[in-house]
Design a protein around this ligand. Structure first.
Ligand SMILES: [Zn+2]
Length: 259
């Protein structure tokens, strides 16, 4: 039994980064552009979004570019063209941010938190460890509190693995950040499908068990890679990667969809 009817993959922009940000130990002379994907699920319980992309308003105002990106060495800043805007891609599907009933967040890095502010009506589901870390005073890289530390948001904090509804399972996969989570969804025809989020940016993170460049805990990060590989083997479910620049060109993008 699954309540998921369709999966849409939204391509929401690109980040221009040394390859070492994705693949620990690679040659830092290689600069790559990696996609930012989010996932929209059409379910019997309404529209469910997995991750909220990057807010392009941070990119259009030079003062914000300096504040959010250049000052922290995140240069050049990401690229969000009009064709990448989530609002436009949702419009092509026939909905808007106001129609999202549940927003699940893998973690609160800025390329996943951008449009949270557009969905005050949504139940926002996050892992407890991620919530506590994001709202703590600890110095953090790539967290933009202005994206998520806002009044009027409906947070639902979960702790560990949890079935969110029939056909959507949250899988606790910490390491890249303290409270990162992935999703396993069940599609009517395609069956089990794994939305890895940032456990590994590239498929090589999984096939060669390479740590992500950025991790708050390496032991947890490699355990999460093993966990996704194990799930992949046991379910034979296709893996959708949020930041793989090669795989993204081989999949169906919204408004096309998977069933
Ligand atoms: Zn991240």
């Amino acid at each position: 039994m699954t309540s998921v009817r369709r999966l849409f993959v939204l391509l929401c922009g690109y980040e221009i980064l040394p390859i070492t940000v994705s693949l620990r130990g690679a040659n830092p002379r290689f600069i790559v552009s990696v996609p930012i994907c989010t996932y929209l699920l059409d379910t019997e319980a309404g529209w469910v979004l997995f991750d909220a992309g990057l807010d392009s308003h941070h990119l259009t105002d030079p003062a914000q570019v300096e504040k959010y990106f250049s000052r922290d060495g995140w240069f050049p800043p990401p690229v969000v063209e009009p064709v990448h805007e989530m609002e436009e891609q949702l419009r092509q599907i026939g909905i808007g941010f106001e129609d999202i009933s549940i927003l699940i967040l893998s973690h609160l890095h800025a390329d996943h938190s951008g449009h949270i502010k557009r969905m005050p009506q949504a139940e926002i589901i996050i892992q407890k460890r991620e919530y506590d870390y994001a709202f703590s005073d600890e110095p953090k890289v790539a967290y933009f509190p202005e994206d998520y530390d806002l009044p009027g948001l409906n947070w639902t904090v979960i702790d560990g693995d949890q079935q969110l509804m029939p056909g959507i399972d949250a899988i606790f996969t910490p390491g890249h950040t303290p409270g990162h989570q992935s999703l396993v969804i069940d599609l009517p025809s395609k069956g089990k499908t794994i939305l890895t989020a940032d456990v590994g940016d590239w498929i090589e993170n999984f096939t060669q068990e390479i740590l992500p460049g950025s991790a708050t805990n390496d032991e947890e990060a490699i355990a999460s890679i093993h966990r996704i590989n194990d799930l992949h083997q046991r379910t034979d479910g296709e893996m959708f990667l949020t930041h793989d620049p090669v795989l993204v060109r081989k999949i169906k993008l919204a408004p096309d969809y998977y069933v």
